[in-house]
Design a protein around this ligand. Structure first.
Ligand SMILES: Cc1ncc(COP(=O)(O)O)c(C=O)c1O
Length: 328
């Protein structure tokens, strides 16, 4: 069976208005003197909550949760986690409950995603500041506690970087292939950020199983290339278990994994990424934020400017709008 057929048979809750728009970045092309067309794939406009990549992931996670007979989903992350906020908004749309565990202190004033979560009225608990590895163990206790009350919750592990979560970006490759054909676009390269590697795993796997329609470039915002590759390999194994289709490549050969724009890692701005948040919205009227999309956008523009991208290209805007308001 082919990837498309298999994807059509996996439980999915439709949440996002898809395909997300592909818009030309003409002002950016002029600004950097690009020789080819540049596009932005607006995955920040995924139609639920403040939008972003996690809505695609939630389509498959909620699909699985419903198929498993769960009443809700349990998400965990720091107080400004985009995943937590989007899991809560997605659950609301899907008619499910959501429970959030934050490994941070309760904020005195709610800003950014914390405010959005207040408005959503989602049930939350704060563990106080601790490492995410401690949180990832603790959530199993919470799941058990909820189950004792007779409520089965689906645990969203590892910031939704799981096989089911990554299916959202396997689907995004199929969507991009169809969209390019329908809109008569000749996009050869796609760029996306690499945090835990969930988006990257879906894109790299989907692109390979669709016969490499694109060159996938992943701009790491968090870890060095070997560490990010390890994360991607692990999640690709989980995808393979769901689809039953093997990925017979080395990640490093199947995609371009770039770690030169990450600076000191997750949530540490580089001078260039800090500037990019301002430059990009002042050039294109599209907001990006300081953790993921600023390093992505700077890296994308830098690689195009330096002639490292031969042909038309698209960058995937993964959102994060909710957290932007807590970053200044
Ligand atoms: C806005 C945004 N972009 C990118 C990412 C990175 O995604 P991944 O962890 O799948 O690499 C995240 C993850 O939380 C995110 O919130």
């Amino acid at each position: 069976m082919k990837l498309r057929d298999i994807m059509n048979n996996i439980p999915r809750e439709k949440l996002a208005p898809l395909p997300t728009p592909l818009q030309r970045l003409e002002n950016t092309e002029k600004l950097i003197g690009a020789n080819n067309k540049m596009y932005i794939k607006r995955d920040d406009l995924t139609g639920v909550g403040s939008g972003g990549n996690k809505v695609r992931c939630m389509e498959y996670i909620i699909g699985r949760a419903k198929a498993d007979g769960c009443v809700g989903v349990l998400a965990s992350g720091n107080g400004q986690s985009n995943l937590c906020s989007l899991a809560a908004a997605s659950a609301a749309k899907a008619g499910m409950k959501c429970y959030i565990v934050h490994n941070s202190d309760k904020p005195e004033t709610s800003v950014g995603n914390a405010l959005l979560n207040d408005l959503l009225g989602v049930e939350r608990e704060y563990m106080g500041a601790c490492d995410s590895s401690i949180r990832e163990k603790y959530v199993y206790e919470v799941i058990d506690r909820l189950a004792e009350k007779g409520e089965k919750y689906y645990l969203i592990r590892n910031g939704a970087t799981t096989g089911h979560g990554a299916l959202g970006y396997v689907n995004a490759i199929i969507e991009l292939v169809d969209q390019c054909e329908k809109e008569n676009l000749d996009i050869k390269h796609i760029f996306a950020p690499g945090g835990n590697g969930g988006i990257a795993s879906g894109l790299v796997y989907g692109n390979a199983l669709m016969g490499f329609p694109f060159t996938v470039h992943i701009i790491s915002v968090e870890d060095t290339k070997p560490v990010l590759i390890e994360h991607i390999e692990k999640t690709i194994k989980e995808i393979e278990e769901i689809t039953g289709l093997a990925f017979e490549f080395e990640v490093d050969k199947a995609a371009d994994i770039v770690d030169k724009y990450m600076g000191d890692g997750w949530s540490f701005n580089t001078p260039e990424s800090e500037n990019e948040v301002l430059e990009f919205v002042r050039t294109e009227g599209i907001y990006i934020e300081n953790v993921y999309t600023s390093k992505l956008m700077y890296g994308y523009k830098d690689m195009v400017k330096n002639g490292m991208v031969d042909g038309d290209s698209a960058v995937i805007h993964t959102g994060g709008f909710g957290s932007l308001f807590s970053q200044y």
